[in-house]
Design a binder for this molecule. Structure first.
Ligand SMILES: Cc1ncc(COP(=O)(O)O)c(C=O)c1O
Length: 392
């Protein structure tokens, strides 16, 4: 009998398209090719220097042992202070669990709340890892298409709610679209969750990159009553450029936080102890500095959106650092967006990702996470390429 080395569980999930492409690009670069990488969701600037100093100091002081599984008390206290600003909920450190990036937080959540066969509603397009982390928990992703202006379709969501519904993922602002969901729609989702007893998994990875602040609300800030049914994930990766540090956290009620901690205790234990001190320092960065960063991304958003939307239909992103234009008008018959992205890479040496990876074929995702200089070059190459395609 053939030796089945890899489990059905792992065989059934797909490789992250962005991680895979990053590998291919690294290969191309090692052969001397210059590639402008607009494929990966990672800020191009380095974390503020005081973060590295705080980590180094923590190591010097011997903070290199296991910490509490849910995170150092001082970090969770700092998170509570920050998260309590504008919060209608009286938060405590018992609501916070620090993990190895919000990727792990999401994995923890689905393992913790789902039984086999439970269903999680996922608005599509979605971030690549959502369906896979749902499947790894033995649960079933139920996709619902976003509608006009890539907003939530409450009627279609309602149709998917049944006895097996355990949650809905609300990624706001969204990766890959950059859209911020309207508050009235979020309210309606909150009411549905309370009425039908399911969770809102609120992925707020991009809450530090909001270009239209008045339109945005963290889910549990909408109304205190939603807190019991909301599990929020946040990360230091995007706002503080701490992608390699692997640190994020959940905010949830006591029962869920205890269960997440129990699971994590057997999985990774605590997040790297000294990195947690860097995270405390990150939270000390002034809101002016964070705003300046956000303003830089807004400048890039305005430039790239201006260029791309002249040629391709595209919803203007209100947050995060992605454009998600529709490329159907430039696809050859039978050609997929994946094939288009391969052609773009070959002909222009600009890397972008196909919408297929995000559950929306016929679109591409462009990350404006490189310098204005590189973006200017990339937009020249892309617009020239798209125009040529249009006229051929
Ligand atoms: C929507 C969303 N959630 C979570 C993550 C994971 O972030 P990290 O694991 O670095 O905290 C990402 C990363 O791209 C993301 O786009």
């Amino acid at each position: 009998m053939a030796f089945k080395m890899v489990s059905t569980r792992v065989t059934s999930i797909s490789e992250s398209a962005s991680v895979k492409l990053a590998g291919e690009i690294a290969n191309l670069r090692s052969q001397g090719n210059r590639i402008i990488g607009l494929h990966i969701g990672e800020p191009d600037f380095l974390p503020a220097p005081q973060i590295a100093r705080a980590i180094s100091k923590a190591m010097d002081e011997g903070k290199v042992r296991y910490s509490q599984v849910a995170g150092e008390i001082s970090l969770r206290e700092k998170i509570v202070t920050e998260e309590s600003k504008n919060s209608p909920v009286d938060l405590s450190i018992d609501h916070i669990v620090v993990s190895n990036g919000s990727k792990q937080s999401l994995y923890n959540i689905f393992q913790t709340i789902c039984d086999p066969g439970d269903e999680i509603i996922i608005p599509a397009p979605y971030w690549i890892s959502f369906p896979e982390s749902v499947k790894l928990a033995g649960a079933i992703p139920k996709f619902v298409d976003l509608v006009e202006n890539l907003q939530l379709d409450i009627a279609q969501i309602e149709k998917l709610i049944g006895p097996k519904t355990k949650g809905i993922i609300i990624n706001n602002p969204s990766n890959p679209t950059g859209v911020i969901y309207q508050k009235d729609l979020l309210h309606q989702i909150g009411e549905l969750a309370l009425k039908n007893d399911f969770f809102i998994i609120a992925d707020e990875a991009y809450d530090g990159l909001i270009y239209e602040r008045d339109h945005y609300s963290s889910f549990f800030h909408l109304d205190e009553k939603f807190f019991s049914h909301t599990i929020t994930t946040k990360t230091f990766s995007k706002t503080y450029a701490m992608t390699g540090h692997r640190i994020g956290y959940t905010i949830a009620n006591n029962e869920i936080s205890l269960a997440l901690t129990k699971l994590q205790g057997h999985l990774t234990g605590n997040n790297c102890t000294f990195v947690q001190y860097g995270a405390i320092e990150a939270l000390n960065i002034s809101s002016n500095e964070i705003q300046a960063q956000c303003d830089e991304f807004k400048r890039r958003r305005d430039f790239c959106f201006g260029e791309i939307s002249k040629i391709l239909p595209c919803v203007k992103p209100s947050g995060a650092f992605y454009l998600f234009p529709n490329v159907e008008s430039i696809l050859a018959p039978q050609e997929t967006a994946k094939e288009l992205c391969e052609d773009i890479l070959q002909k222009t040496r600009v890397a972008v990702l196909p919408g297929d990876a995000f559950g929306r074929p016929g679109f591409i995702r462009i990350a404006f996470t490189v310098s204005m200089q590189d973006l200017t070059e990339a937009m020249n190459l892309l617009t020239h390429y798209f125009n040529q395609r249009k006229s051929s």
